[in-house]
Ligand binder design. Structure first.
Ligand code: HPA
Length: 272
């Protein structure tokens, strides 16, 4: 079965579950999942019930698509995402993005937790993604090109939409939030990087490193969807501070930043 057919079938299933037709998609990263619980007129669709969506491999991991209104604006919110390091194929990692685009999404807001490579950052900082570096060693568009999705050789000159970035900056300013800016480097994980790798990635132009987002943004741009990306700097990357890195610390810091992060995202969504 072609990917186009899988995406179509998944989209038809979702469309049949709700009357809402959002034009905004939201990928809620670590710490932000709670935003989906603030949605109104919400329909929650567990991923395993959607045709061609993989069953989650992580126990106790909430994986669902919530369709409803956030700050008054209809959105599809992904509560949980499929990471490449979990063993999913790239096609599976980006399938929900393609389904949202197929359903009419014009703007995708991607969020994540990331390690700070730029030494002027601090844990808890929010960073507007201005560009990315794909270090996954693969690409979700490898394979026959599906012309209904987009062109064979998509332009990535302005992957992160200038107007949306300006809007994010404006909302941050109004809320008195400091919004850093930087380049996000996406890596497969699941290991955190070595200090030598972090020095290398800094030399290459990375301000933050993470294990998601890049494939999703590539798939979104392929389909002409405008993208806004925001990272929560959950920790300083390896070798900057003396302590070892743990997932627990990532969770702790993103939970602490969730109020500001969620407020910023809601403020942006309200203006779309
Ligand atoms: N490295 C990679 N991914 C991450 C990190 C990190 O330090 N923190 C959160 N996601």
């Amino acid at each position: 079965m072609s990917e186009l057919l899988r995406v179509r079938e998944a989209a038809e299933y979702v469309a049949g579950r709700t009357e809402l037709r959002p034009e905004v998609g939201l990928i809620l990263g670590s710490g932000l999942g709670g935003l989906a619980d603030e949605m109104e007129d919400a329909t929650a669709i567990p991923y395993p019930s959607i045709p061609h969506f993989p069953a989650s491999t992580v126990p106790g991991h909430k994986g669902r698509l919530v369709v409803g209104r956030l700050a008054g604006t209809p959105v599809y919110a992904m509560q949980g995402r499929f990471h490449f390091y979990e063993g999913y194929a790239m096609e599976q990692v980006v399938r929900p993005v393609r389904v949202m685009a197929r359903l009419g999404v014009r703007i995708l807001i991607v969020t994540n937790a990331a390690g700070g490579v730029n030494e002027s950052f601090n844990p808890g900082d929010l960073m507007l993604i201005v560009d990315h570096i794909n270090m996954f060693g693969t690409n979700p568009l490898i394979g026959p090109n599906e012309e209904e999705f987009g062109v064979r050789f998509p332009d990535m000159t302005e992957a992160y939409d200038k107007e949306l970035r300006a809007l994010a900056e404006e909302v941050a300013r109004e809320r008195g939030l400091t919004l850093r800016q930087g380049v996000y480097m996406g890596l497969s994980g699941p290991v955190f990087e070595t200090p030598a790798e972090i020095r290398a990635w800094r030399t290459l132009g990375a301000d933050a490193v993470g294990m998601s987002t890049v494939p999703e943004v590539i798939a979104a741009r392929h389909m002409g969807v405008r993208v806004l990306g925001i990272s929560c700097i959950s920790n300083m990357a390896a070798g900057i501070l003396p302590e070892p890195l743990t997932h627990e610390d990532v969770i702790k810091v993103t939970a602490r930043a969730a109020g500001d992060f969620g407020g910023l995202v809601k403020g942006i969504v309200a203006r779309l």
